[in-house]
Ligand binder design. Structure first.
Ligand SMILES: NC(=O)c1ccc[n+]([C@@H]2O[C@H](COP(=O)([O-])OP(=O)(O)OC[C@H]3O[C@@H](n4cnc5c(N)ncnc54)[C@H](OP(=O)(O)O)[C@@H]3O)[C@@H](O)[C@H]2O)c1
Length: 360
């Protein structure tokens, strides 16, 4: 007979079954003997209990999926409604994915979300100021709050997702606040692993989908002065999730910063051409002076929930966004970059006009 103790969290949905002791030496099968599950079956336990802040966003679903695959229990702190996290529930077995309402401005709620965990992953970030939160709030102060809460809860390992281009003297507020977020995390966790990914592509990304939706719904594609020749090497969100998974289990990643990018470098103009060729949308480009676009976006970004352009992003895009070469990268994590051109059609086929939908 096996005795079990049952502990129930505040949210009433985190149930941890802990074996206390076996009271007999004789092995009695609880159920009829069955063949042992193959190693790649989903029902196994990694020993990792991870709290993933920001898991309701674009990258979150890839990260939670990878954690679910390898049998980790995942706590999902969320701020909205059930709509924000219900797609994540299916990424693990029953009881493996555990949503918890959490206000990241309340230290006790962060601690509660981290109380059972041995790993915290922070994916919270924003490229624009919202009505309630500035970029400094989201990219820096919240990172600080989470690192402090995780530290107070006794979490051993912290993985923080920053962004390629994060630096203290950056002209862009996004890049500067991302850097401040890294420092705040490092103050609490000197051994935190920090990942700086380049722009990510995937389903619901902010790259291919952005250009494709502009081509489909706008009369022209604005090509902002100074950005046409800007270079970047977008990487797959799957690759970022793989990199995070690698960091969880590889001790060599502790305390390191990784700069991550895809295998091929594109200029903005080349990316637009790639999207055009993939969607068969012939919308023409129009050169727009930087100042005009900055003024326009400075007005519109305050009214839109997900602005296509923001004034700070225009500043960010005045410089190339490539790895510096001073930090390890994807190859050091044994992750093979996904080829953007090979998968782009999967992500943006639905923007095509009906007559082209079935074209390869
Ligand atoms: N996507 C990219 O191309 C890219 C490139 C480089 C770096 N990154 C970094 O990767 C991380 C994940 O990016 P993503 O594309 O998944 O972003 P996303 O889709 O915008 O998701 C952001 C996540 O952060 C949460 N969040 C944002 N502001 C918050 C606030 N004020 N309080 C509490 N939660 C807040 C969101 O919660 P809700 O769902 O409730 O809104 C969501 O879960 C971010 O740190 C981002 O800076 C992304």
């Amino acid at each position: 007979m096996l005795r079990t103790s049952l502990s129930l969290s505040r949210a009433n949905n985190l149930v941890l079954l802990t074996s206390t002791r076996s009271v007999t030496n004789k092995y009695t099968p609880l159920v009829a003997e069955r063949p042992i599950a193959p190693l790649n079956a989903s029902s196994h336990v990694s020993g990792v209990i991870a709290t993933v802040f920001g898991s309701t966003g674009f990258v979150g679903r890839y990260v939670v999926s990878r954690l679910g695959d390898q049998g980790s229990q995942v706590i999902i702190p969320y701020r909205g409604t059930e709509n924000g996290f219900r797609h994540l529930r299916v990424l693990g077995d029953l009881g493996q994915i555990v949503p918890m309402a959490c206000d990241v401005w309340k230290p006790e709620q962060i601690q509660e979300a981290c109380a059972q965990s041995n790993l915290v992953i922070n994916l919270i970030g924003s490229r624009w100021d919202t009505k309630n939160f500035s970029m400094d709030d989201t990219n820096h102060v919240i990172a600080d709050n989470i690192a402090r809460g995780a530290r107070a809860a006794g979490v051993r390992r912290f993985i923080h997702v920053s962004a390629l281009g994060a630096k203290d003297d950056a002209a862009s507020e996004f890049a500067r606040t991302k850097y401040l977020g890294e420092i705040a995390v490092r103050n609490q966790y000197p051994d935190a692993t920090i990942l700086r990914p380049s722009t990510l592509f995937g389903f619901e990304d902010h790259l291919l989908n952005r250009w494709a939706s502009i081509m489909r719904f706008w009369p022209v594609v604005p090509l902002v002065e100074g950005t046409a020749d800007r270079r970047e090497a977008p990487m797959s969100a799957i690759n970022l999730a793989d990199a995070i998974k690698r960091c969880i289990f590889d001790r060599k990643t502790i305390g390191k910063i990784f700069e991550l990018q895809g295998s091929k470098t594109y200029t903005t103009k080349e990316l637009i051409d790639l999207v055009r060729a993939t969607t068969y949308l012939e919308t023409k480009e129009v050169d727009v002076p930087f100042r005009v676009m900055k003024t326009l976006t400075g007005v519109t970004e305050h009214f839109l929930r997900k602005p296509r352009f923001t004034s700070d992003e225009l500043v960010f895009q005045q410089e190339d966004n490539l790895v510096s070469g001073n930090y390890p990268g994807l190859q050091d994590l044994d992750v093979t970059p996904v080829d953007l051109e090979a998968v782009a059609v999967k992500h943006i086929r639905h923007y095509r006009m009906p007559k082209f939908l079935n074209e390869l």
